[in-house]
Design a protein around this ligand. Structure first.
Ligand SMILES: [Zn+2]
Ligand SMILES: [Zn+2]
Length: 260
């Protein structure tokens, strides 16, 4: 199991109730701050936590055997988390070390999948060839999900649980009403979170619905303005509504690359 040695989200307020058995370390103040920033607050906090976690890993855990085993078994990170490794000279060194390990294992496993050498007769049959190619596929494919997606999923649960548990807190509710709202992937997660008060989840949906309807109205205004003037010169706050809508609908959830 991938665990943060540092970074992640920390508890600063006792009214958010930890769920038994979960690493519940999110903060009320972090959420309040994120709700005052553009876009989904959960995406923002999780993104910060994951980026911090990448640095912690590359500087502190690169040589930990269990972490290396996880990454080798996952065949590296998913494409989005993999891209986080290649910024900066320090990260390049870490990326080289990790990927040398992965590629070494992939080549060895491909060799094993292709052994013993097939006889000329067997080679002649497409069936034998297909079986060999299937073994190669099994040698190359990930055996577990991306470790950073796993970490990200855990952080999402922590932040969402804090948001739902405290949604009736006047300051948090007010901040949420004025916020960009949850992206749709995080809304989906929020409404099926176990072990949180369903009444709070319903309250969150009411507030989110108002935000979604408001953004939809802004898109209406944007489209009307564009239809009236092709240049879209005289727009108000709705000028960037399409951008905000794309981010709200898509979010930044990346654990959809097939690593299960
Ligand atoms: Zn989100
Ligand atoms: Zn990932």
């Amino acid at each position: 199991m991938w665990r943060a040695q540092s970074g992640g989200l920390a508890v600063t307020r006792t009214s958010t109730r930890p769920h038994a058995g979960q690493d519940y370390r999110t903060t009320y103040t972090d959420l309040l701050h994120a709700l005052n920033q553009p876009d989904c607050p959960v995406c923002r906090l999780v993104n910060q936590a994951v980026r911090q976690h990448v640095d912690v890993f590359l500087y502190e855990q690169l040589l930990v055997v269990e972490r290396r085993d996880e990454i080798r078994a996952a065949r590296g990170f998913c494409s989005i988390h993999g891209a986080m490794l290649v910024g900066g000279h320090g990260r390049m060194l870490g990326a080289a070390t990790l990927h040398q390990d992965i590629l070494n294992d992939v080549v060895r496993q491909i060799d094993r999948a292709m052994r013993p050498p097939m006889s000329a007769l067997k080679r002649a049959f497409a069936l034998g060839l297909r079986a060999m190619l299937h073994n190669v596929m099994r040698a190359v494919r990930p055996r577990r999900m991306c470790p950073l997606c796993e970490y990200e999923r855990r952080q999402e649960g922590i932040v969402l649980r804090a948001l739902v548990n405290d949604i009736n807190d006047p300051a948090l509710r007010s901040a949420f009403e004025r916020s960009a709202g949850l992206c749709l992937p995080h809304l989906q997660m929020a409404v099926v979170l176990p072990d949180v008060p369903p009444g709070n989840q319903a309250r969150l949906v009411e507030l989110e619905r108002a935000i979604l309807a408001g953004l939809k109205a802004e898109l209406d205004e944007y489209l009307s303005a564009r239809n009236a003037s092709y240049e879209g010169g005289a727009m108000g706050a709705e000028a960037d509504a399409p951008l905000r809508a794309v981010r709200l609908v898509s979010g930044r959830v990346v654990h959809s690359d097939g690593r299960t």
